[in-house]
Ligand binder design. Structure first.
Ligand SMILES: Nc1ncnc2c1ncn2[C@@H]1O[C@H](COP(=O)(O)OP(=O)(O)O)[C@@H](O)[C@H]1O
Ligand SMILES: [Mg+2]
Length: 292
């Protein structure tokens, strides 16, 4: 028998008055998997995550998280889950160490406080009051509080907003170590390189609907991922898409010799593929006065 999914969402809907924020989303996340929910602002990512966390009630659909309906789940369930909400930005008069220690006491098997502070790169700030930290440093406190309880399932809603590049790399290391321990992770991020680095699978959501779902290297389908070869020759600029760029480059070189210039082989990134998907789902309207 296969193990039940850690997260199961079937035909999830959430309406605010007449507005459909989430309109029929379905996906599953298996134990130990890292799943990224990608989409533009307002797509419905936070609404979906907050329903899974038990913070918001759904309008309809079936949801189970660690085998339980979050709408009726109790304290034991909550202790198995870690969350970094989109908008917490811890503030307050206590120090980083005091706050992390306080949270550690709420869980049955917490992580080591100093190790956790080190893992988010705040060792030098452990004795500093949270209100005196920068925005990105406060966000790192949020991440520490999300993982201190050694969660089986971790929800991260735009966890690295405001991080500098070094802090982002540190965060990736932390997530990789959590993955090695077997933590199941649901992540949203606007950094597509981050999603590609960390996730096994992704769902792309736009306007409340899932427009694609699959392994990171399969999102968008094969055509969207076909490499492009660009070059210049006496006739001008050329671009050709091919699954065998090396063969094309060899042919061009044989035919053109020194006449072949500015040659590049470009493999579409997750960001390229994502932008194509999202634009196809919701074409940007032409500006007034422009031809449609
Ligand atoms: N409490 C609310 N009342 C009314 N509309 C809301 C509420 N919360 C979110 N929305 C709307 O639902 C849509 C989805 O929001 P959200 O899930 O936060 O998107 P995302 O996280 O993908 O940026 C947005 O259009 C947002 O304005
Ligand atoms: Mg959001």
């Amino acid at each position: 028998m296969t193990e039940p999914a850690h997260v199961s969402v079937r035909d999830l809907r959430k309406t605010y008055g007449a507005f459909d924020a989430v309109s029929g989303v379905s996906f599953e996340i298996q134990r130990g998997e890292t799943f990224a929910l990608l989409g533009p602002n307002g797509a419905g990512k936070s609404t979906t995550i907050e329903i899974l966390e038990g913070y918001r009630d759904r309008t309809s659909g079936d949801v189970t998280v660690l085998g339980v309906d979050p709408q009726t789940a109790g304290r034991d369930w909550r202790a198995r889950i870690g969350m970094v909400l989109q908008s917490s930005g811890e503030s307050g008069n206590v120090t980083v160490r005091e706050q992390v220690s306080h949270f550690a006491r709420l869980y049955p098997h917490p992580r080591d406080v100093e190790e956790t502070i080190a893992a988010v790169g705040l060792t030098e700030k452990a004795g500093t009051r949270i209100k005196a930290l920068s925005g990105g440093q406060r966000r790192r406190v949020d991440v520490a509080l999300g993982v201190i309880g050694r969660p089986e399932l971790l929800f991260l809603d735009e966890p690295t907003t405001g991080f500098d590049p070094e802090a982002r790399r540190g965060f990736w290391e932390l997530i990789r170590s959590l993955k090695r321990e077997g933590t199941t992770i649901l992540l949203t991020t606007h950094y597509l390189d981050e999603a590609a680095q960390l996730s096994d699978r992704a769902g792309v959501i736009a306007g409340g609907s899932l427009i694609d779902i699959g392994r990171i290297d399969e999102i968008g389908g094969q055509d969207a991922r076909t490499p492009m070869v660009r070059w210049l020759d006496a006739d001008g600029a050329h671009v050709e898409r091919t699954l065998e760029p090396a063969a094309l480059v060899a042919r061009l070189h044989a035919a053109l010799g020194d006449g072949l210039r500015d040659l590049e082989v470009v493999r579409p990134s997750l960001e390229d593929v994502y932008l194509d998907l999202v634009q196809a789902a919701a074409p940007v309207p032409a500006l007034e006065g422009e031809p449609a």
